[in-house]
Write a protein that binds this ligand. Structure first.
Ligand code: FE2
Length: 386
């Protein structure tokens, strides 16, 4: 594997500053992008991490009058985003630093979106007509897990609490002005979160590559993501301080995030609704649903199954080889074998299926699905699903 201990700067698709220790560059990058009073947005779980306090001190020492909003749940809620916007406006902030795993970054992006669009969260649903935007604040994304991969674009998954569903919010005029990929920030991640977020990144690349659209740019990113993740996930899990494995995972996750501009699939549409109802961890929910969705999609994958197996480094480049390799990986990461282990009840299957049918990721799944098939698929994911 390549050497991931050296810094590098890339400009595709936005300015990306990679390298161990690059978080030290945040004050200068914030200033360069016009921030004088940024708001750091993160999740409640990250609020008391020592490096968050150190980051605040470092930004303030550099003359940036920085505050912290840490009001987001693991599955960010619409009213939390509204509260974040109030904090942004009342504090007269002029930039957002979205910091954290999926929830912290989605929360930060939601605050930036609301700061530029004076409408309720539900009206920024990317499936609705684009709302009028005034002026978006500059947005810097700093992932602290190698999983979400959404640090290069503005989409955020937010729970619409009235409807009990997750919606994808975004605006075509908001793009992060920079992202910092510092693998050092992921060193302290517990083994379970390393596994769950890492599988989320792998699922992003698998689902994006499986979308039937012609999109060589995303497909190239997806296969390279799978190569990096396939080579580093188990090592990052087993050797948490291995900076090379952490770096490969962080870059792989970012590439996987770029690839899913193309779309996602049924793992995500089901996982979004399970997360909205049961508040389960997104990456863990994806990991549990990956085997049954792969089996459902097998007839539509064609040669892509073998190409993904090859990218992941599996010797058997067939669907059976891909499936066996993934199951072995999930087993080695102690991923449970059913949604029931996450608290999902049989009685909720029909409702979850109806909600998942409306998720945008269902539209890009390689194999179409009917409502009865969606119910069967979720039911098949409840127990002993490998
Ligand atoms: Fe995801």
């Amino acid at each position: 594997m390549e050497n991931f201990s050296e810094p590098a700067d890339w400009t595709f698709p936005i300015p990306i500053h990679y390298g161990p220790g690059r978080i030290a560059d945040l004050p200068e990058i914030a200033k360069r992008n016009g921030m004088t009073k940024p708001l750091i947005v993160t999740d409640r779980g990250s609020e008391n991490l020592p490096f968050v306090g150190e980051l605040l001190d470092r930004l303030n020492a550099a003359g940036l009058h920085t505050s912290l909003f840490a009001g987001f749940s693991p599955n960010p809620l619409d009213h939390e985003a509204e509260a974040g916007k109030i904090a942004f406006v009342s504090g007269q902030h002029d930039g957002v630093i979205a910091l954290g795993g999926g929830s912290g970054m989605d929360g930060g992006k939601a605050v930036a979106l609301l700061a530029g669009c004076d409408v309720p969260v539900a009206e920024i649903d990317y499936q609705l007509p684009v709302p009028k935007a005034e002026h978006f604040p500059p947005l810097i994304c700093v992932p602290t897990t190698a999983g979400t991969g959404a640090e290069t674009e503005s989409t955020a998954m937010i729970t619409d609490t009235d409807r009990g569903i997750k919606i994808c919010i975004a605006h075509p005029d908001l793009h992060p002005c920079a992202t910092i990929l510092d693998p050092g920030l992921t060193i302290g991640l517990p083994a379970s979160l390393t596994a769950w977020t890492g599988v989320d990144a792998m699922v992003h690349a698998i689902e994006a590559y499986s979308v039937p659209d012609f999109h060589p740019l995303c497909d190239g990113a997806a296969l390279e993501a799978l190569r990096l993740i396939g080579g580093a996930l188990k090592t990052a899990h087993a050797e948490p301080e291995n900076i090379n494995a952490r770096g490969a995972m962080l870059v792989g996750s970012c590439l996987a995030g770029i690839s899913f501009i193309k779309g996602l699939g049924l793992v995500h549409s089901i996982s979004h609704m399970v997360g909205a109802v049961y508040n389960t961890h997104h990456g863990l929910t994806n990991a549990v649903m990956l085997p049954p969705v792969l089996r459902y999609n097998e007839p539509s994958l064609g040669k892509k199954a073998g190409e993904m197996a090859h990218a992941l480094g599996y010797a058997d480049e067939s669907f059976a080889g891909l499936y066996a390799g993934i199951v072995e990986t999930l087993d080695s990461l102690s991923i449970p074998t059913g949604l029931a282990d996450l608290g999902v009840e049989e009685s909720e299957v029909a409702s979850l299926a109806e909600k998942a049918m409306g998720d945008s990721a269902t539209d890009t799944n390689p194999r179409p699905i009917s409502l009865p098939e969606m119910k069967d698929l979720i039911r098949s994911g409840l127990r002993d699903n490998r």
